[in-house]
Structure formats: structure tokens, C-alpha cells
Write a protein that binds this ligand. Structure first.
Ligand code: PMP
Length: 437
């Protein structure tokens, strides 16, 4: 007999396809999307301030005046005028004078992550990542059967001595480290930012140890109180592949991101991208280029910042008010805060209970490769209104308190959903519901 009762093609998949697993929250997704649930789970940008009328005009004029080009295939590397504008955007990250010829336009930075995994990871290779790290990147690495080793962070981001120690230990064991994946600004999920002092130190360690850095920076322009710190790329351009995206500073539906890479890696990225998608969206690139040229895009990013700052403030004051037994990070930008629960509480096991109380979050386990993180949760403040954020945290505090009582009385809280059922063994997830990224 071939396959299984559920999938007759089970035996036909490549081995790596068996590494794709559904997200912890996917099962709850239909419930979580209901309007009565306050979702602190989603990472969806809030687009309510976009100038839709003007964008509609712009799309119309693009089709009328340049339709034949905009609806045609384009270059695999991406449209040159847009690559020049991308270099201007990167000056805000202190990347000055970047060569547009080193930029590769991708379908969101997610595709750039996937291309990097495709180009660099053989089965069993080590990828270093922050502890915790972005679930969508861990999924790409897992699909290539990498072994992700987490490196400790504190409130100033990745800890240089921990990085040095980890590299030294792995090299001694003869392991092959392919790159360090890092999100220096307003990290997803922890909300912390790599300090200015640590940036040249991290860059120098990786340069010295010949470890490539994959610097992922989708949130860089969303700092609440100050302009961006220098990108790692600005310290070590030959050691860093820098990823940017317009998803958070403009709109994720554009599906446009980019990689800025050393020359030889750029060549490989173009070839791998052509194999995957032939060319990035020409219409999207020309539309974006028009937006960047004709509209005060930086002003728009600043107005996003102040909207998110208000929501961050609502989240932090609600946590102060309702969750005195927890601790949390204090993000200076971006979408997320990382909450540590009282000892003994398991955020993953508690989630069904939270959803019944009409509030949702993502359990910390989603952001680790090795099953850690149960004592944490990621709360996002980007999408709900400040009032809903407060109400969501209030509901959550009821769930946490009830769970704490259970732990105090019986030494254990809620039992993980499906525990004991091999079909539902809890494990790290790799294919998150898009809303949770
Ligand atoms: N990196 C990080 C850290 C993210 O949080 C996300 C999306 N949430 C991405 C990459 C992918 O973004 P996109 O493909 O929309 O550019």
C-alpha cells in the first residue's frame, strides 16, 4: 500500500517536504479571525492611513501610460530605476553610496530569505539565529534541513560574547556555520534593538570568523523616537547580505523586498530567483517606483510610526495595569513585545483557554527551533485599536491569573491540546498562518 489514508502521495514527497508543518495557531485561526476576538497574535501592518485615492490615480496612470511595459516580464534582478531608489531608501540605514547593481529585487524579503536558504544550506548545516527568532525565517531554514543554533540576546540585542562563544564551540565540534541570521531593529518577536555600540563588534566578530551575516531589516524605518542606527552592512559590506522590504514602511501587498549583497552572492541570488519566479512583479515595481518618486513616502512612514507608537504605549500601560506578575520588553519601534509569564505557565497550552476568553497571541515556542519558549508569548500591537489592545490585555490577565492558580494548586496548568495523540504532538512550527508572521 502506498501513502497514507489522508494523503496517497505521502511516500512521494522529497524528504524535506516532511519538514513542513502547520503553525501552532493555524488550528485556531478561523476562531481568532472572528471580530469578537482581540487578536494580539497578528503581525499585519495597519494600512488605514494609506492615501488610497491617490494610489488609485497612480495605478490608472501607470496602466494608461506604461501598460505594455508594466504588464510585461522584466529583468530577474529587478527594474533598474527602482533599484536606484532602493539605494536612496538605504541611506536612512547609513548605507551610503550603495551600488544599484548589487541590489536584487525580490517578492518580499521573505523570498530573499528563502533564496539565501536555498543557496547556502545543506542538510545539517548550522544557521545561527537570535534567541528567539522570526518564525518565517526558521521555516525556510527548517525546510532546507538546517540546524538552527540560537544565540542569546538581552535588552540590547544579540550578545557579542555569546556569539563568540557559540561560534568557537561549534567550530571546535567541526560544524559548518553557514550564516548568522539577525534582525537588529525592533526584532520580531522580541521587540529589542541591537545597541549602537554592539553593531561594529558583531560585524567584526563575523568578519574575523568568516561567518556571513544575513541582516533582515523590515522594521528599520519604524523607530518611535529616533532615526535608524547604522546597519551592520555599513560596517562590513563584504560580510553582510542586507534585506529590506516595503511591507512595513508602505504596504505588504506590494510583495516587494530586496537584497543588497556582495558581488558574487548577488549573481547567485539572481540565478536562484530567476529559477523560482523568472522576474519580480513588473507592475508592482513600476507602481512602487512612482509612489517613491511622487509621494512623500518618508512622511508616510513617519505617520505610521506615530500610529504604532500610540499602540505601543497602549500595550505597555495595559501590561503595567493588568499583568503585574509578568515581565516584558519595551520596544522602541516595530510591532511586538515579548512577555515572560510567571514560572510554570505554558503559553502554548494556555492558548485555547485564551481564545475562549476572546483574546489571542502567539506562543513563544513558535520562535525557537528547539521547542523552547513555552514560558513566553509574543504580543503584537500593530493592528488593533489602542482601546482593543487594553481590552485584549485585560482579558489575557484573567487567563494568566486562572492558569497561575491551577499551577499553584496542582503544580501544572492547562494540558497542551492533543497531548498524547501522535497526530498532534506539540512541536516547533514552520508554516505559520500569514497573519501571525
Ligand atoms: N523578516 C521579518 C523579521 C518579518 O517580520 C517579516 C514579515 N513579518 C519578513 C521578514 C517578511 O516580510 P515581507 O516578505 O513582507 O517583506
Amino acid at each position: 500500500m502506498h501513502g497514507t489514508r489522508l494523503d496517497p502521495w505521502f511516500d512521494a514527497y522529497a524528504e524535506r517536504a516532511h519538514n513542513l508543518r502547520a503553525s501552532e495557531i493555524r488550528a485556531l485561526f478561523s476562531v481568532v479571525s472572528r471580530p469578537e476576538v482581540v487578536s494580539l497574535a497578528g503581525g499585519m501592518p495597519n494600512l488605514k492611513d494609506l492615501p488610497l485615492e491617490r494610489l488609485a490615480e497612480s495605478a490608472k496612470s501607470l496602466i494608461l501610460n506604461h501598460g505594455a511595459q508594466a504588464l510585461q516580464y522584466g529583468s530577474g534582478q529587478g527594474w533598474e530605476p527602482l533599484r536606484e531608489q532602493i539605494c536612496e531608501i538605504m541611506t536612512y540605514d547609513h548605507i551610503v553610496g550603495a551600488d544599484p547593481d548589487l541590489v536584487v529585487v525580490t517578492t518580499g524579503s521573505q523570498q530573499a530569505l528563502d533564496l539565501m536558504a536555498e543557496l547556502f544550506i545543506d542538510t545539517g548545516d548550522v544557521v545561527l539565529a537570535e534567541s528567539p527568532s522570526y518564525v518565517g525565517a526558521l521555516g525556510c531554514f527548517r525546510a532546507r534541513q538546517a540546524d538552527v543554533v540560537h544565540v542569546d540576546m538581552d535588552e540590547d540585542g544579540l550578545i557579542p560574547s555569546a556569539l563568540e562563544e557559540t561560534i568557537g564551540r561549534l567550530k571546535k565540534q567541526g560544524r559548518r556555520i553557514k550564516f548568522l541570521y539577525t534582525i537588529p531593529n525592533f526584532q520580531n518577536p522580541a521587540g529589542v534593538t541591537l545597541s549602537e555600540e554592539r553593531r561594529p563588534v558583531i560585524a567584526a566578530i563575523c568578519e574575523r570568523e568568516h561567518v556571513l551575516i544575513l541582516e533582515d531589516n523590515p522594521y528599520g524605518l519604524l523607530g518611535f523616537d529616533r532615526d535608524p542606527l547604522p546597519a551592520l552592512y555599513s560596517y562590513a559590506p563584504e560580510t553582510v547580505v542586507y534585506l529590506g522590504s516595503v511591507s512595513k514602511m508602505f504596504a505588504p501587498g506590494m510583495r516587494i523586498g530586496w537584497a543588497l549583497a556582495p558581488h558574487a552572492i548577488r549573481d547567485k541570488l539572481i540565478l536562484a530567483s530567476e529559477a523560482a519566479i523568472l522576474s519580480p512583479t513588473m507592475f508592482g515595481q513600476m507602481f512602487l517606483s512612482q509612489y517613491l518618486a511622487d509621494y512623500d513616502w518618508y512622511g508616510q512612514a513617519k505617520s505610521f510610526r506615530s500610529m504604532y507608537r500610540q499602540r505601543r504605549d497602549a500595550m505597555l500601560s495595559a501590561l503595567e495595569e493588568f499583568m503585574p506578575d509578568c515581565t516584558w520588553t519595551k520596544p522602541e519601534g516595530g510591532f511586538y513585545t515579548w512577555v515572560t509569564l510567571p514560572e510554570g505557565l505554558d503559553a502554548k497550552a494556555m492558548l485555547p483557554r485564551a481564545v475562549r476568553a476572546l483574546v489571542a497571541y502567539v506562543s513563544g515556542t513558535a520562535f525557537y527551533y528547539d521547542g523552547r519558549g513555552a514560558n513566553h508569548m509574543r504580543l503584537s500591537f500593530c493592528y488593533p485599536t489602542p482601546e482593543d489592545i487594553r481590552e485584549g490585555v485585560r482579558r489575557l490577565s484573567g487567563v494568566v491569573n486562572a492558569e497561575k492558580e491551577l499551577v499553584e494548586m496542582f503544580g501544572t496548568g492547562s494540558i497542551p491540546a492533543g497531548a498524547g495523540d501522535p497526530e498532534h504532538l506539540p512541536g516547533p512550527s514552520t508554516v505559520p498562518a500569514p497573519d501571525t508572521l
